[in-house]
Design a protein around this ligand. Structure first.
Ligand code: PLP
Ligand code: COI
Length: 357
């Protein structure tokens, strides 16, 4: 599909940020967005890059009532030589369509997803920040917009992409976070939508997150919804534990997000000569292994969170520091290597980088 670029006058452009150290995460948006529509009987039509502006939605738009919504998250980086790189965008396209299938939404052709993003990012390239730890966060999403209050899949959708220059996801930057193991609420159950990147999963996580924040934690670590016993993932990251030179993470069994950073961390860990295990981790065993020092590091992975060290983990009334609350050596090396590849300082042996120009 040909994507039209609608004119945008200089007067319509926003003032750009001046201080990259104050970007934070996801508060500023660029001048333009991509919008493509899907209509029953027609398929994908009317792709355009247009001014970033509010949507006019019918109050009966189905997304507002039954939450037919999915999204993705990836980043663009401006390298020192001026070129622009995306990190594994085809993986986001595939996961987006996996989410679409679960929510009974139309699939977006991989080429439309990736080319649309490339075209938008190329037009908005002056918005990509360049200082250490910053990037342009890309947020593709799809919503059902048919005006109808009966429960069924919508017959009209918006697929859209917006862009946000960002700094670190956690306000403290690359510093160990404190995580509470959630023992009251659950995020997902087998057969549910845990593996889909859909807004409802995040809405239903808010209460646990707020209660944890009040107690001084950065995020919660979810347990499986059936036994309330096995480690799943954190609000916006997959979770890893190092037992010396063995890296352990929860398996992909349908209830956690198939993290693209998770997959990259597993590949890099193998490359470093570490042993990798994808297996169920019992929370009681986990706390015991932290207490006895068998677990030497804990960290999370995600597009927004990159690689984030976990310095303390609390479960019911037990609070334990991991690695003395500091950053472990594997965590640091994974962070350095991953961000090195993303920003062009380390050669990409894996074909993860997609250059835009
Ligand atoms: N788990 C959840 C619930 C997330 O929201 C994210 C963020 O996208 C991740 C894991 C990490 O996934 P990825 O590495 O693909 O960003
Ligand atoms: C991401 O890492 O891209 C996410 O989607 C996490 C979060 C901002 C929801």
């Amino acid at each position: 599909m040909e994507i039209k670029v609608l004119p945008l006058s200089e007067a319509e452009k926003k003032a750009k940020f001046t201080d990259e150290s104050k970007l934070g995460f996801g508060k500023i948006f660029t001048d333009r967005m991509l919008l493509v529509e899907w209509k029953v009987g027609e398929g994908w039509v009317d792709g355009r890059i247009k001014k970033y502006e509010p949507f006019m939605l019918d109050p009966a738009a189905m997304v507002l009532h039954y939450a037919q919504e999915i999204f993705e998250g990836l980043k663009a980086y401006k390298w020192a030589d001026g070129s622009i790189a995306l990190f594994r965008p085809e993986m986001n396209a595939r996961r987006f369509n996996h989410s679409a299938e679960r929510l009974c939404m139309p699939e977006v052709p991989e080429e439309l997803f990736v080319k649309g993003i490339e075209q938008l990012v190329a037009l908005e390239q002056d918005w990509i920040p360049t200082s250490e730890g910053t990037s342009l966060y890309i947020r593709p999403a799809m919503i059902g917009i048919e005006a109808h209050v009966g429960v069924k899949p919508a017959d009209h959708y918006y697929f859209f992409v917006i862009l946000s220059p960002v700094g670190a996801y956690y306000s403290a930057g690359f510093k160990p976070v404190r995580i509470l193991v959630e023992d009251k609420y659950v995020r997902a159950v087998p057969g549910g939508t845990g593996e889909a990147k859909t807004g409802g999963n995040y809405a239903s996580s808010l209460k646990a997150g707020l209660e944890a924040k009040k107690k001084g934690f950065d995020q919660v670590l979810w347990l499986d919804g059936v036994h309330r016993r096995y480690i799943e993932e954190v609000g916006a990251m997959n979770m890893f534990f190092a037992y010396g030179d063995t890296i352990v993470t929860a398996p992909l069994e349908g209830t956690i997000l198939q993290g693209i950073t998770r997959d990259s961390v597993l590949t890099l860990s193998r490359e470093f000569g570490l042993k990798v295990e994808e297996r169920r981790i019992d929370v009681h065993e986990l706390m015991n292994d932290i207490r006895t020092g068998k677990i030497t590091e804990a960290f999370g992975s995600g597009t927004a969170a990159v690689v984030t060290p976990v310095g303390a983990l609390c479960y019911t009334d037990q609070c334990l520091e991991v690695n003395g609350g500091g950053v472990g050596k594997h965590t640091q090396r994974l962070y350095d290597t991953l961000t090195g590849i993303q920003t062009g300082k380390i050669a990409d042996k894996y074909g993860w980088i997609k250059k835009i120009k």
